[in-house]
Design a protein around this ligand. Structure first.
Ligand SMILES: Nc1ncnc2c1ncn2[C@@H]1O[C@H](COP(=O)(O)OP(=O)(O)OP(=O)(O)O)[C@@H](O)[C@H]1O
Length: 707
């Protein structure tokens, strides 16, 4: 094939791009710590200050889990529940990587992250409660200086979110392994993925393929496009793509595929880019009562998935009994550290703990190997597949869900040892976020220019690349969608999916009025598509970076990650529309407001107090989600017709395909039309097909006066 890729060139380009990407992430979090005091970072939601170390116990991998609670000496607010004081409002979430270090005095000069790392310890947040954040830490790295570090003492500490370098390490290792492969190591699978050969042909009549045969469907209600995609995936020898536009039952299809592969005695590894994408499959696989195991840090898993996690399996299996004993002994030692103030005694306990941890790891490893080897279906995140548990494991098929939201290097973590892969995704929705893309303007190093010149970018996903390489023949598209009203679906279907989407019978004509609770019949509840056009210049956008009255740039949640835009007038229209929906009887939990700009979200935040349950989200953050009623605030309104990253088709696609029964678009058609041909066609489509409204400026002013 003419357009095949040289593997070492590909791998070294990826390595260069990945290191630029990690550098951009590190630069971003380091700049925050350098430029802002801990208290300011706490206000911006990325840090928690005035903490002390509470209880400690042993987690998976023999790691120490410490509980951080508000420091008694400095906290004033107490809960009435009898527990400790509450933590202030914060943005630290389970799975975040945080740095825990001694808190500097209020006046101390700001520090470098590197310097802080030497003094404290990094860890993964494993639990977030009202008055506690638990962090799994690598205790051996705490206080390298020789004293007990921050974790053993009675020091006041703080934590701040930092870049997650674990994922990068896994990707780098994988790319290095790929670059070192000799030509004789290239399997038919690898040859196809790099275009050195074409995929083995599948018969036109898929049912005649021996791997497909006469299928007995576990779920006979699958639609034709889903059945076709499964037959195609079974018949393919090296690679099959399942293209699942919004709401077309991609996960539903993958579950059946897994069950069919199992019936054919195949061993399967199922991966996704995020824990939630993997758990989503685990939850739907569980009712089928097949044996499988979910790898991953238990703290990052959904509670409903825990029963299948290695952590729980190691504890409940017979081999786990010995592991359990050592764990109990370690927990007892952990507790005794807090009771002693004597430095020598403490050091002795640490030494004993180190020994125990070694033994624990060894036993746990044996127990884990046993469980994994016995599992015919293993589920984990893409980077989780690079862990030691799968080092010697082989699978017949690797399935990657949400493949179009993963970096290609991330996909290679499980794929390097694959014989065949099935990738599911939608390359017409947003790809993974790349920070180094715009890094020049933020002062971080730009991606290696040689890699960029050679035409490699992180933004091109494996899904995209394979489609370019082998054409549409390696893909099957799911075409019946179970989410949107026909009128909401029309534009994205015609523009992006070749007009092939069909709304399932049950959803095609569903209106808010038909919700299974009492809803009044109003203009809003009987019309699926509303466009509130703010053209005319009365609703101008505002640049978040504009300084405040005193000329200072303020650190807020929305300004944290670069400049953002807002539009106060549009926000007022959003409030008005939400109120009218709620007055018609729509429950706030059935309404979402999405907007591309974080600054707009900040302005809209008070809506959550008025209507608890309503969801406000960025378009990027709402990918994969749905709501009965969705209001999209486009924000951009300027005479120049600048639309910024609103110009990205895939972002708009995500925004307009979230609703089930009602989509309301609020925006300035004059500005937006100038953005791109696609935006122009969308605006024209709305003008012609939506219930077109022009805002009543006087009524808005009155509403705001009342507020
Ligand atoms: N053949 C089918 N018959 C009836 N309902 C279906 C069918 N396939 C999928 N659905 C329903 O469609 C909805 C979407 O399915 P699923 O969550 O699998 O979609 P998805 O494509 O993975 O979602 P996303 O849009 O996030 O990619 C679910 O409520 C599911 O039950």
């Amino acid at each position: 094939m003419s357009n095949s890729l040289d593997i070492p060139t590909f791998a070294s380009a990826q390595l260069a791009l990945l290191s630029a990407e990690l550098a951009a992430e590190v630069a971003e979090s380091s700049a925050l710590v350098r430029l802002h005091a801990p208290a300011a970072l706490q206000r911006a939601g990325v840090a928690l200050t005035n903490l002390s170390v509470g209880a400690r116990r042993t987690g998976l991998g023999g790691r120490t889990v410490i509980e951080l609670v508000p420091d008694k000496a400095t906290s004033s607010s107490f809960t009435d529940g009898g527990g400790g004081p509450d933590l202030p409002e914060h943005g630290i979430r389970v799975g975040d990587i945080v740095l825990v270090t001694e808190q500097p005095a209020g006046t101390a000069k700001k520090r470098e992250v590197k310097e802080l790392e030497g003094k404290g310890t990094k860890g993964v947040v494993t639990r977030v409660g009202k008055g506690v954040v638990a962090v799994a830490v690598d205790e051996e790295k705490d206080g390298k200086g020789g004293d007990e570090g921050v974790l053993g003492g009675e020091k006041r500490v703080w934590m701040v979110k930092v870049a997650d370098d674990v994922t990068f390490r896994r990707m780098n290792q994988t790319m290095e392994r790929l670059s070192k492969l000799e030509e004789r190591d290239y399997t038919p699978f690898i040859r196809v993925l790099f275009g050195m050969s074409s995929p083995s042909p599948v018969p036109e009549d898929l049912a005649s393929d021996p791997e497909v045969g006469n299928i007995e469907w576990v779920d006979p209600t699958l639609n034709d496009s889903q059945k076709d995609a499964i037959r195609f995936a079974l018949a393919s020898r090296e690679i099959a793509l399942i293209h699942g536009p919004p709401g077309t039952g991609k996960t539903h299809t993958l579950i059946e595929l897994i069950l069919q592969l199992l019936q054919r005695n195949q061993r399967i590894l199922v991966c996704g880019p995020s824990n939630i994408s993997v758990d989503n499959i685990v939850e739907r696989l569980a009712p089928h009562k097949i044996p499988f195991v979910r790898l991953g840090h238990p703290a990052r898993l959904l509670p409903s998935v825990l029963d299948h996690s290695l952590d729980v399996l190691t504890r409940t299996s017979s081999a786990g009994a010995i592991v359990r004993d050592v764990r109990a002994e370690m927990d007892a030692k952990q507790a005794s550290i807090r009771k002693t103030r004597n430095g020598r005694e403490r050091r002795a306990i640490y030494a004993e703990l180190r020994e125990l941890r070694k033994e624990y790891r060894e036993r746990e490893r044996r127990c884990v190997d046993e469980i994994v080897q016995a599992s015919r279906v293993v589920l984990t995140t893409l980077h989780g597949a690079g862990g030691s548990q799968l080092r010697r494991e082989e699978f017949d098929v690797v399935i990657v869900d949400e493949a179009s939201q993963a970096l290609e290097a991330q996909c290679w973590v499980p794929l390097l040892a694959a014989k065949k892969a099935v990738l599911a995704g939608d390359h017409l929705q947003l790809p993974p976020t790349i920070k180094s893309l715009n890094s020049k303007s933020k002062g971080a190093p730009a991606a290696d220019s040689a890699a960029a010149i050679a035409g490699f970018t992180l933004e091109r996903t494996l899904f995209d690349r394979l489609l370019e390489l082998h054409g549409q023949g390696i893909k099957r598209m799911l075409t019946t969608q179970y989410r949107m009203h026909d009128k909401i679906m029309r534009f994205p279907s015609d523009e992006l999916y070749g007009g092939r989407l069909v709304a399932a019978e049950g959803v095609a004509h569903r209106l808010l009025r038909d919700l299974p609770y009492e809803v009044a019949e109003t203009d809003d509840t009987t019309e699926p598509l509303v466009f509130i056009d703010t053209q005319g210049g009365d609703f101008p956008e505002k640049n978040e970076d504009d300084a405040d009255a005193s000329g200072n740039k303020k650190l807020t949640k929305s300004s944290l990650y670069g400049d953002s835009k807002s539009n106060e007038g549009e926000a007022a229209l959003v409030r008005q529309h939400v109120r009218s929906l709620v007055e018609a009887g729509i429950r706030p939990e059935d309404i979402a407001v999405v907007t591309p700009y974080n600054a707009q979200l900040t302005i809209l935040a008070p809506l959550k107090e008025t209507y608890p349950g309503i969801e406000l989200g960025s378009v990027d953050g709402f990918q994969g989600r749905e709501k009965e009623a969705v209001i999209v605030s486009l924000v951009r309104s300027n005479p120049e017709g600048e639309v910024g990253f609103l110009g990205e088709k895939r972002r708009l696609n995500v925004a307009m395909t979230r609703p089930r029964r009602s989509l309301t678009v609020i925006g300035d058609s004059e500005t937006v039309k100038k953005g791109s041909a696609f935006l122009k066609r969308w605006m024209e489509f709305l003008e012609e097909n939506a219930d077109l409204r022009y805002p009543d400026v006087a009524a808005l002013q009155e509403q705001d006066m009342k507020a």
